[in-house]
Design a protein around this ligand. Structure first.
Ligand SMILES: Cc1cc2nc3c(=O)[nH]c(=O)nc-3n(C[C@H](O)[C@H](O)[C@H](O)COP(=O)(O)O)c2cc1C
Length: 175
């Protein structure tokens, strides 16, 4: 299947990038086609709530990098949401991309499988992000393929030294 991975971290070469690369390595070995989109570093503005998309067949009025994301998820069978925790939630950059997926709310989503990959400094900080993910997926009838949370990410290279990285690889491989 085609898997689009949305990396919501703004930090190049950080823990989330390492995490998504490892997930993609496993998924590719399992025979899937993956595309990683660094939405945390792309020019994606917040949804304007104008509902232009609802009157224009799902086309968004804003012509920024979200066009690339929408083009990718329109081909995808699965979308993976990945982010570091920022103040007990996903990053604003990932949330911007998620909000902009509203453009497909009226016409429907091509994919129906999802996963959530999170990492953070502390443990016990995932409740809000997981609640949002589950509520959205439940509402849109997406099939949750799994959630991975990796705490203990104190420095930029923590993920590279983490044993949990193998779980991420195996998760990709298991799909
Ligand atoms: C603005 C900001 C807010 C953060 N908030 C939290 C938090 O609420 N809880 C936590 O455990 N870690 C928090 N962290 C730490 C990051 O989640 C952690 O370092 C993560 O691995 C960074 O991922 P990256 O290397 O992809 O940038 C925060 C970091 C930043 C920069």
């Amino acid at each position: 299947m085609k898997i689009t991975i949305l990396n919501g971290s703004p930090r190049k070469g950080g823990n989330t990038e390492t995490m998504v690369n490892e997930f993609a390595r496993g998924a590719k070995e399992a025979g899937h086609e993956t595309e990683i989109l660094p939405v945390g570093q792309m020019d994606i503005h917040g949804c304007l709530g104008c509902k232009y998309c609802f009157a224009h067949g799902g086309e968004c009025v804003q012509k920024d990098d979200m066009q690339k994301v929408l083009a990718s998820i329109d081909q995808a069978d699965m979308v993976v949401f990945a982010a570091p925790v920022y103040w007990f939630d996903v990053t604003a950059q990932l949330k911007c991309a998620i909000d902009r997926m509203y453009a497909r709310g009226g016409v429907g989503f091509h994919f129906n499988k999802t996963a959530l990959l999170l990492n953070s400094g502390s443990d016990g900080v995932y409740e809000a992000a997981i609640a949002q993910y589950k509520m959205m997926g439940g509402y849109l009838k997406w099939e949750d393929k799994g959630i991975i949370t990796i705490p203990g990410m104190e420095s930029k290279t923590s993920m590279k030294e983490s044993k949990a990285l193998e779980d991420v690889y195996k998760f990709g491989l298991s799909l």
